[in-house]
Design a protein around this ligand. Sequence first.
Ligand SMILES: Nc1ncnc2c1ncn2[C@@H]1O[C@H](COP(=O)(O)OP(=O)(O)OP(=O)(O)O)[C@@H](O)[C@H]1O
Length: 407
Amino acid sequence: MSRSPSLPDRPRLDLDPEMSTAERLDAIRKHFFRLVEVNDELDDRLTDASDRRNDLQEEVSQLKDHNEALKTSALYIASVEELTDDQSLVIKQHGNNQEVLTEVSPQLYEEIESGDRVAINESFGVQMVLDDETDSRAQAMEVTESPDVRYEDIGGIDDQVREVREAVEDPIDNPEQFEQVGIEPPSGVLLHGPPGTGKTMLAKAVANESDATFIKMTGSELVQKFIGEGARLVRDLFQLAAEEEPAVVFIDEIDAIASRRTDSKTSGDAEVQRTMMQLLSEMDGFDDRGEIRIMAATNRFDMLDEAILRPGRFDRLIEVPKPGVEGREKILEIHSREINVDPEIDFAELAEELDDYSGADIESLVTEAGMFAIRNDRTTVTREDIDYAREKLSRGETEHGVVRYQY
Ligand SMILES: Nc1ncnc2c1ncn2[C@@H]1O[C@H](COP(=O)(O)OP(=O)(O)OP(=O)(O)O)[C@@H](O)[C@H]1O
């Protein structure tokens, strides 16, 4: 901000006793005109300052409004139709096409262009300018041509692997067989069970082994990160799968968009409902015998809305539990494949001790033990390293930031 120039000097009247009366009168008249000039100048400066003050007050009030808008959660998406000269926008709300005039802060006004998509709250306060549609599509979906997970990387859940292969891989590899026999393959496969038991791995492995593209979307992200865009992104997800067939669509944390209805009727819930409705309608309009298979996973099976489990939707439920003792031994072996472990370590005995460990916990244990070996300048992981790692994991801290799941 520029500093205002200093105030004009106060005019002085110098009367010399030697002056004649006419000279004195002249000096006084000049002094008078000078005073009028300074007065006018100060008047102008006062008007400028008060205009500036009004501008600043208005800016403060707009920033306060913007601040309030930021504190509320965004609920709707709108497109900017027009920017008016007085720092307002004409926006059109998506869904109901309602046009509204809304004021924005000068900063936001600078940032916005006609045609932008913005997130707005219930009182049409603009919260933020959204990325363009293609950006959010790319961010919301993880697309892998061939994920590097194979069935042999998964331990302790052989029955689940077999069931998933039957429900997902066989219909992709042999659709004619299903047609000839006249049975419909399951529409959607829902994997449920505690965190870190291999649900995502299973979906990736089946995509890899069926030479299908793996397309993943996470329910909680749709709700928290891509506010107001859930329904569109679900539609895009299925469209992308159709472009990429054969494809395995995997919706992780499906409970975030498909939980049983709560009693509250807030618009946030309405938005989640719209996303779930879109998912249901995509699944209902889907040809079962295609080269697109739909999978989902949840740790909160008890919370799911039954609508999602009806025939034709997620109608094959597969529980993926924590591994038993043999499973734990297998997972220990898998995660030690690439690691130089002391051959004296008895995995069967160790597996007995790892009661309640999930596959992800076992992976963390092995990695953490490796970190201890490195720290102690050794190239082999010993039983002591494993015991140290266990102790550390049970305290919830790890060397590389992976915190052990608590159930
Ligand atoms: N059965 C298993 N066999 C081998 N490794 C496993 C197994 N389960 C989990 N892991 C390890 O844990 C990591 C996380 O597993 P994954 O993401 O598949 O679990 P998830 O069940 O999908 O968990 P979440 O519910 O938290 O998403 C895997 O990358 C893998 O290294």
